[in-house]
Write a protein that binds this ligand. Sequence first.
Ligand SMILES: NC(=O)c1ccc[n+]([C@@H]2O[C@H](COP(=O)([O-])OP(=O)(O)OC[C@H]3O[C@@H](n4cnc5c(N)ncnc54)[C@H](OP(=O)(O)O)[C@@H]3O)[C@@H](O)[C@H]2O)c1
Length: 323
Amino acid sequence: MKAIAWTKYGAPEVLKLQEFEKPSPKNDEVLIKIYASSVTVGDCRLRALKVPMGFWLPTRLVFGLTKPRNPISGMDISGEIESVGKDVKLFEKGDKVYGTAGMKLGANAEYICLSENSALVKKPNNITHEQAAAVLFGGLAAIHFLRDKAGIQIGQKVLVNGASGAVGTASIQLAKYLGAEVTGVCSTSNTKLVESLGAKKVIDYTKNDFTRNHETYDVILDTVGNLSLKQCKKSLTKQGKLILINTGLLVNLLSVFRKNVICGVAGESKENLGFLSERIEAGDIEAVIDRVYPLEKTSEAHRYVDIGHKKGNVVISVEHKET
Ligand SMILES: NC(=O)c1ccc[n+]([C@@H]2O[C@H](COP(=O)([O-])OP(=O)(O)OC[C@H]3O[C@@H](n4cnc5c(N)ncnc54)[C@H](OP(=O)(O)O)[C@@H]3O)[C@@H](O)[C@H]2O)c1
């Protein structure tokens, strides 16, 4: 099978299309024919080892000390089950599924084997494989931080900084679904998009600084990494919470002692994926796709995501030439 070989940390050029042996499923695994995967900021940071301060060593310990342990890049997939291991009960051949390989990686490929118990569920029928692969990264992060950690309540005021990115576009929609009054912070060219996703107010960060507008919010989600508690204190209500998802190890550790700061890493679970599917089926959350690249242009997709101004998500489309 064809896949994107990731043999060393570095610039996008380290990613190369190569031939690999097609995997076969273990007893508890399913073999998935991948139709779409994605390139996220997470993938790019990992590729270049450009991680928030303090995470350099932990990242190397998890993903490979001197070079990547898994030789194939990518986390999120959407595809069709081609075969199942003998103990698999949750899926059968022909099921259309989407999910994430997470830290196991291997998604930028024609095929992948995943345990039936991993974060993998049937794909909603009302979206394409490309939309499914796109919505995973931001959708799962939004559910983890806004629903599970911040516990957003109906009528609360929520501000999303970086509202036009993968996490931002999903967060605006989820917060609205949860009954919040949502404000999105983005640049001029993205204000229409953010409004269309359900933000009641949009603040253009090139013209206004929300920390000086005398408004207060119950939850502030910073996806950009340019906010701190000190900066946001006046913009939070008394019980308000600041979510920092793009911050260094020290702030992550200190957040354990701060009631009003939420950090950490979004986990991926079948349950949260199921909830995401329900929201997609009900039309509450839709995928925002900026660009679609073919598998062989994955390194080009990385170069684009590296620029830091994508709108929503970047998808890798996988074409299977029937033999
Ligand atoms: N902790 C976790 O578990 C977790 C989970 C998921 C993601 N993350 C992290 O979250 C971060 C965001 O991920 P993402 O995928 O959403 O990124 P992304 O899609 O690359 O976000 C880029 C967006 O940020 C906007 N932006 C840039 N500078 C801005 C500013 N000063 N103010 C407001 N918006 C600004 C850009 O809009 P313009 O083009 O308009 O500037 C662009 O649309 C990444 O660092 C990622 O690693 C962490």
